[in-house]
Design a protein around this ligand. Sequence first.
Ligand code: PAF
Length: 278
Amino acid sequence: MDHQTDPLALQAEALRRRAEGQRIGFVPTMGYLHQGHTSLMDIARSQCDWLVVSIFVNPLQFGPSEDLDRYPRDPEGDAAKCAGAGVDTLFMPQHFYPSDHSTSVAVAGLTDGFCGASRPNFFGGITTVVSRLFGIVQPSVAVFGEKDFQQLAVIRRMVRDLAMPIEVIGGPLIRDTDGLAMSSRNRYLTPERRQRALSLSGALKHMQALLSQRGAGTSAETLLAAGREILDFDEFDYLQIVDPDTLKDMPIIDRSARALVGGYIGGTRLIDNMALIP
Ligand code: PAF
């Protein structure tokens, strides 16, 4: 596996490979990799000739009181995981943005609710960094996890709206054996808080079971009330049932629907989601 830190050198290699007709696969990450990330690499690996993974903790997507400085890092462990997943080039930029970087990319509407409502800089930071990463890596296919369901919808919309010639694939959310959605932030949880964090997947599974008992046509409010009973947040952010493409609330659950949940336990932000009707 190659290591690259220079954005323009990586771009030059990407352009050369594109010109040779190679298909470039890309998985962008912020590091502290786990099985959720390596599952995305497996998907990308099967779709491309050259697989690039980036590790960059993007300051633009963190708010002033968020965990940028203490965001977990493990460069050596990450490199070993990437090598094990058959990554060709690991991109860990030292200087990512030009010093006078002054362009931002924003997707309106889809970014208003859920994580966007409580984290005003978040999605603008993501679409800006991902646009630049796409410009550097020149991917034919990019894989993002369904764990960050709103992020995936926002990236798909950006790629469509800006006519970027990139296929975006969503990789299934991966859970630990106890049901907790894998996340780099899970390491902040004490054993007691981790136990409470199981209430996210518990609430979603309960809503899923209730819907299959009551059948299609059940009101969202019935399912949401049942889910809220189970959640054990210190700070509740949202629990909503939405159309998976538009992320618009669905009052009656009679077709493809996704439940999304987010909030804080002991200062750690946790999100999860589940298809209620695939
Ligand atoms: O999902 C993430 O890890 C980040 O939001 C991403 C896509 C790498 C952009 O910084």
